[in-house]
Ligand binder design. Sequence first.
Ligand SMILES: [Zn+2]
Length: 303
Amino acid sequence: MPELPEVETVRTAMENQMQGLLIRKVIISDKRMRWPIPENLPERITGGVIMGVRRRAKYLLIDITSKSGNRQEQPKDEEAKKTKDWCLLLHLGMSGSVRIYPPDHHPPQPQKHDHLIIWAGQDQNHDHAGASTIMVLNDPRRFGGAQLILRQDQDQHPLLRTLGAEPLGNQWNGAALMTAIKGRKTSIKAALLDQQVVSGIGNIYASEALYQAGISPKRQAGNISTARIETLTGAVKDVLRRAIAAGGTSLRDHVQPGGEIGYFVQKLHVYGREGETCHQCKTPIKMIRQSGRSSFYCPQCQR
Ligand SMILES: [Zn+2]
């Protein structure tokens, strides 16, 4: 399941390859997803320019200008400009992936479970299919989705408005996490997975961060000392940054024939290692179930 670092890797690749390009063609090959792809999507964004790609939690937000005329002709008034711009929100769900084909690469063969295909290039010219950068959203299990939001409405969007702080944001530190979990009777593991406490952290990186901070996943969130919570926020940032760096490496190396990005191998200390020895103390790693999710930890190093 893609977590924050995987989504960030996809974001970087998308922005590098597609920023500034004009959307030439959009095809919905299968709209059935957790949120069906809106049928008017091609009509609305074809002719628009991709201004950038952002990430909020595990959502990709593709900023697209209105198709009505080029950017120079847009009204100077900020409000008027805003009302025309779109934000295409993509979610990779459990099994979603994005493939990007740079121009002049061999035209991609359609694959099973391709849902959305976007062609973009320097100009409107549709005849030069080979000169288009092509982005494909694929999702075998269809837990992901796509939504088109007016830029000005994005903060009020139901998927975005309740999200907690970005763990890599400057404002997120020990004090911020302390405030968010104050009085909580749930485990610290459950608190880290709660998207209203902090956004974008999934099972893998919650387990790894708790290991790095030496905190047991079972510990009650509201009862942990300020100093340990400070250590934990540092550990969260550290594991996420290292994973993003690993994703960046996978991008540089990526000559995968499928063009798929965002999935990469990295060294994990506890996640998925039940029964294997701890990298620090050689104690076997334990696995427990916490609110339906598996938690992996070292009973010796994590207290
Ligand atoms: Zn250990």
